[in-house]
Design a protein around this ligand. Structure first.
Ligand code: ADP
Length: 475
């Protein structure tokens, strides 16, 4: 169903089917939104903007707080929907729902902290005031890999700021989006404030969001490739944009670090969501002196991982989201092997009987990885850990920064000087030092270079939805 102006409606184009990527089972049918539906949603969001932005911050905060409470109450249902539709193990889904709820709570609080400023003016009879006002209607486009938290990370700050929103979820995960938007409907969010347009034609719906004059801002999370085309189009109307795009995170282990501890960290963060995260380590640089111990521990941990349906106990590796994803991982691993890499564990599709209807790829560790391999340059988005030995600090900084991406990076060291040096020199928006989870609703998330524009979360996140207006008064 589409959600437009407070009503769940069908689409003139009919429906599309959603299947479980672990089992191939049909999960449901969803209305297939069109350009006309998007236009209606934008109109509804424009009409709702006046009243929504005129509410007090306390009133808007209260709505967000109530959605937060409801999301926590429905955590199990939302997590199950996510595991069935997207494939991640149920524990990871629960964590994601909690993370999604955290954004609602954080921005329920931040709504009340949108402050203005009084500035010193150059003349005695002059006064300067800075006012922050909502940008207007927001067009949001979200991905399938974090199908609930990526929604609240956009909706919560937009609504807190006083904006209204039209959201297009990924075609792979509209059920998660529908279940999330139901919470807003249930707490009685005014009609038109939040609108949802699932579709099988992202470019048609996206095009309306990008070209409709009423939309003042585009917020996007997805691939760098699509992000660039959207940014170009948004540029013709000088729409505000924020983009969370791809990553190619380095994971660097210095010789003073404990290789066993670092390998445990690598196994946890690399295989999270089956490697389908923009902050997933894609290049694991380990100092030559400890690379054997590191690799042995990583391999031992990977050997213990169980792939399967995420609703089953003990499963830690879910399926890849679709056939193309599986093919991409396969292509990168084949290319690496042809150029001399060794798959010390994994390196194959998993197609035993209980897995053959899903898109499973074995968790894989590659050694002897070199710079001429596709996997060294391209984002992987799969359960493959390529290990690259290094010898000295400046060499590894150069290798880590030698990418157009700049989202997350990870460093293991016990040396204070190395830690600070790396924090300052790595050209990435997020640096985890001995820390594999440097994300939270209260922290700014975002990338440098071609990994994005703007930040989500934290006190920075709400600024993306606010205009800064200067008032000069002669008195
Ligand atoms: P991923 O590789 O994560 O699937 P995409 O960038 O393809 O990344 O998809 C992220 C989001 O962008 C999804 O909601 C998808 O439907 C949307 N999308 C893809 N192509 C377009 C497009 N041409 N216009 C608007 N949205 C698009």
């Amino acid at each position: 169903m589409l959600y437009i102006n407070g009503e769940w409606t069908d689409s003139s184009k009919g429906t599309f089917q959603i299947t479980n990527p672990a089992t191939g089972e049909l999960l449901g049918e969803v209305a297939d939104g069109t350009r006309e539906d998007t236009e209606k949603a934008i109109e509804a969001a424009s009409e709702a903007f006046q009243a929504w932005s005129s509410l007090t911050a306390f009133q808007r905060s209260d709505y967000l707080y109530r959605v937060y409470e409801l999301m926590i109450e429905r955590k199990e249902h939302l997590a199950e929907t996510m595991t069935k539709e997207q494939g991640k193990p149920i524990r990871a889904s629960r964590n994601e729902v909690q993370y999604a709820a955290d954004f609602l709570l954080w921005y329920a609080e931040e709504a009340k902290r949108v402050y203005g400023e009084v500035l010193p003016a150059p003349r005695g009879d002059q006064r300067f005031f800075v006012l922050r006002q909502p940008v207007g209607v927001v067009g949001a486009i979200t991905p399938w890999n974090y199908p609930i938290s990526m929604l609240t990370r956009k909706i919560a700050p937009a609504l807190a700021a006083g904006c209204t929103i039209v959201l297009k979820p990924a075609e792979q995960t509209p059920l998660c989006a529908i279940e999330t938007i139901k919470l807003f409907a249930e707490v009685g969010i005014p009609n038109g404030v939040v609108n949802l347009i699932p579709t099988t034609d992202p470019s048609e719906v996206g095009d309306e969001l990008l070209t409709n004059q009423a939309v003042k801002k585009i917020t996007f999370t997805g691939s760098t490739e699509v992000g660039k085309t959207l940014a170009e189009k948004a540029g013709s109307q000088v729409k505000r944009i924020s983009m969370e795009l791809g990553g190619h995170a380095p994971f660097i282990v210095f010789p003073d670090a404990d290789p066993v501890h670092a390998a445990k960290g690598a196994s946890l963060v690399k295989f999270l969501n089956t490697g389908q995260a923009c902050i997933s380590p894609n290049r694991i640089f380990v100092h030559k002196s400890i690379v054997d111990e590191f690799t042995a521990t990583l391999v031992e941990r990977v050997n213990r991982m169980k792939a399967g349906n995420g609703l089953e106990e003990g499963v830690s590796i879910g399926p890849l989201v679709d056939k193309q994803a599986l093919e991409k991982v396969n292509r990168q691993v084949t290319d690496a092997k042809e150029k001399g890499a060794e798959a010390v564990v994994g390196g194959v599709r998993l197609d035993q009987e209980h897995l053959q209807n899903g898109y499973f790829y074995a968790p894989t560790v590659l050694t002897n990885v070199t710079t001429d391999m596709q996997i060294y340059r391209e984002e992987t988005f799969g359960p493959v850990a390529p290990i690259i030995p290094f010898e000295n600090t400046e060499e590894v900084i150069a290798m880590a920064n030698d990418t157009n991406y700049g989202l997350a990076s990870y460093v293991y060291t016990n040396d204070m000087k190395t830690a600070f040096h790396m924090f300052e020199k790595l050209q990435f928006g997020i640096v985890g030092i001995n820390d594999i989870n440097p994300t939270a609703a209260a922290a700014p998330f975002g990338g440098m270079k071609e990994s994005g524009l703007g930040r989500e979360g934290g006190k920075e996140g709400i600024l993306e939805y606010l205009e800064t207006k200067l008032g000069g008064f002669s008195i």
